[in-house]
Design a protein around this ligand. Structure first.
Ligand code: OOG
Ligand code: MG
Length: 262
């Protein structure tokens, strides 16, 4: 680690206050170019602890930049991981208020819900499928706190990987009789198709993203508890939205989920 605990705490406070007040900021590596991977995850952890201290519950995790479409869009080359707090969850049927966000985008993702804990290292697709209770279609609403969504991997990790809101819906399906690689995904905005893909866009198999996450947490002595919700990463590139937009995601055999922005 290259940053001291005071700097980590003050960067966590800064990024979290940008999130809560919907303000953007230049990426933090501009001021702290020496920041390393451990520092980046330590800042993310400090943001998580601030939320827990305020009474938030951590309900799960997310993987990000797990598809070539997303890596190319954001100009980076490795997956990243973040946490999901209770208030990130938007119920289908309610609307997302744009006044609470900076410059949100939507992404189509497969959400996993676990029935047993997952602890790395050594987790693989099989371990993940065995620990999965069910999967559901999810629309993730990302909202980088960095100006114009311009960041490097360390800055985005510190910013909890642009996590902001998500909506799950459609049908919960057990994974035993699903081939998650070939599930077709159609994302529509105001009735128009804006992105398409299949599950395999995420690391060849979406469960591989969950295995990577479990292995990474395992290195830190942590596990994914039973009952966690995990977003496995965008299947397509992210799509910008504005007030009045209506976004709908259809997943083959898994129904659809919708969200409105006001
Ligand atoms: C980082 C978060 C990416 C995904 O699913 O790839 C992400 C970003 O693009 O702002 O959530
Ligand atoms: Mg995402």
């Amino acid at each position: 680690m290259n940053l001291d605990q005071n700097t980590i705490n003050s960067l966590a406070e800064h990024l979290e206050s940008c999130e809560l007040k919907a303000h953007d900021t230049p990426k933090i590596t501009d001021e702290y170019p020496q920041m390393d991977w451990e520092d980046a995850y330590a800042i993310q952890e400090a943001i998580k602890q601030r939320k827990i201290a305020r009474g938030c519950r951590i309900i799960g995790y997310k993987a990000g930049l797990t598809s070539h479409a997303k890596m190319q869009q954001m100009g980076v080359s490795n997956p990243v991981f973040g946490f999901l707090a209770d208030y990130f969850s938007v119920l289908e049927g309610s609307a997302v208020k744009l006044s609470e966000l900076i410059h949100p985008k939507v992404e189509p993702e497969i959400a996993f819900v676990t029935k047993t804990a997952l602890k790395g290292h050594g987790c693989h697709i099989g371990t993940v499928l065995a620990a999965t209770d069910f999967v559901m279609p999810a629309i993730e609403i990302i909202d980088s706190r960095y100006r114009d969504f311009k960041f490097d991997l360390k800055s985005v990790i510190a910013d909890n990987c642009s996590s902001s809101r998500f909506v799950v819906g459609g049908r919960m399906r057990p994974v035993a009789d699903l081939d998650l690689r070939t599930i077709g995904v159609v994302l529509e905005k105001n009735g128009e198709v804006v992105a398409l893909g299949a599950g395999a866009a995420v690391l060849g198999h979406p469960a591989a993203a969950i295995a990577m996450l479990a292995n990474l947490l395992g290195e830190r002595g942590e596990e994914i508890p039973a009952g966690s919700l995990i977003l496995s990463g965008a299947i397509t590139e992210a799509v910008m939205i504005k007030a009045g937009d209506n976004v709908s995601l259809q997943m083959q055999g898994m129904g659809s989920v919708n969200v409105r922005f006001i």
